[in-house]
Design a protein around this ligand. Structure first.
Ligand code: NAD
Length: 228
């Protein structure tokens, strides 16, 4: 099934990021908030995030404009009727999420996949509020949703340090990429994306550029870090 239209329920911190990355990846997006004020706030957040990406040279003005027109904000649940996938990103509360899933089950077409961005709650419990449990899944995006190094949000050293100290991982994700090999990582990402068509697995342009430039990681002496 080809995915063309993505629905996002909630335009808070995560919902606005999910709407942005989906639109920047070429999908049409319908994003819903509970009232016009919160919707405007969420849409403003998307605009300012994309403006920053343009300022940093990560996104062209033309691509920003194209992404922006793909996003439609609404306060109506019924607007999810034409979506192929709907990602729920409302407050982390099971009762609220169950209500959203029951509404989506009623409104969305029978083949629409319903996903939750929950951090901790049971997908099975949310699926039980629908008549299509086999089409309900977890789709957890990291915050911030647009990718961190490429977006210039932090240095690679700070990201590695944050993950080592904050999550107690033996090495940070950028060091790990160099260790695994950027070419291997790109191959895996391309294979996963080809199989699953899930935008989370789409290789970031930065990764592809680095592989093209021969910066494959520790094995060649240079990746994100210099090992010479
Ligand atoms: N904040 C994070 O770092 C993070 C990371 C990964 C996942 N998550 C998960 O993402 C979800 C959203 O978190 P957040 O940080 O974006 O919260 P948030 O409070 O910033 O946003 C939630 C938004 O959902 C809206 N909302 C509530 N009910 C709604 C409904 N029925 N329809 C439409 N909109 C509705 C609220 O008005 C609010 O704007 C949670 O499940 C959370 O656990 C959060």
């Amino acid at each position: 099934m080809e995915i063309k239209i993505v629905g996002v329920v909630g335009c808070g911190l995560m919902g606005s990021g999910i709407a942005e990355v989906c639109a920047r990846s070429g999908f049409s997006v319908v994003v819903r908030e509970i009232n016009p004020e919160l919707l405007q706030k969420g849409l403003d957040r998307i605009q300012s995030s994309m403006a920053k990406a343009v300022e940093r040279g990560k996104l062209s003005a033309a691509d920003r404009d194209a992404a922006w027109v793909r996003i439609r904000g609404t306060t109506e649940m019924k607007e999810f009727a034409g979506c192929d996938v709907v990602v729920e990103a409302v407050v982390e509360n099971m009762e609220e999420k169950k209500k959203v899933f029951a509404d989506l089950d009623r409104i969305a077409g029978p083949y629409t996949v319903l996903a939750s961005n929950t951090s901790s709650l049971s997908i099975t419990a949310m699926a039980s509020a629908t008549h299509r449990p086999e089409r309900v899944l977890g789709m957890h995006f990291f915050n911030p949703v647009p990718r961190a190094v490429e977006a210039g949000l932090a240095t690679k050293e700070d990201i590695d340090m944050g993950v080592k100290l904050g999550l107690n991982h033996p090495m940070g994700p950028i060091t790990l990429l160099d260790f695994v090999g950027l070419d291997t990582t790109l191959f895996i990402a391309d294979a996963m994306y080809a199989e699953l068509k899930d935008s989370r697995y789409a290789a970031p342009p930065l990764l592809r550029q680095m592989v093209t430039a021969g910066r494959l990681g520790r094995k060649v002496g240079k990746g994100f870090y210099d090992y010479s």
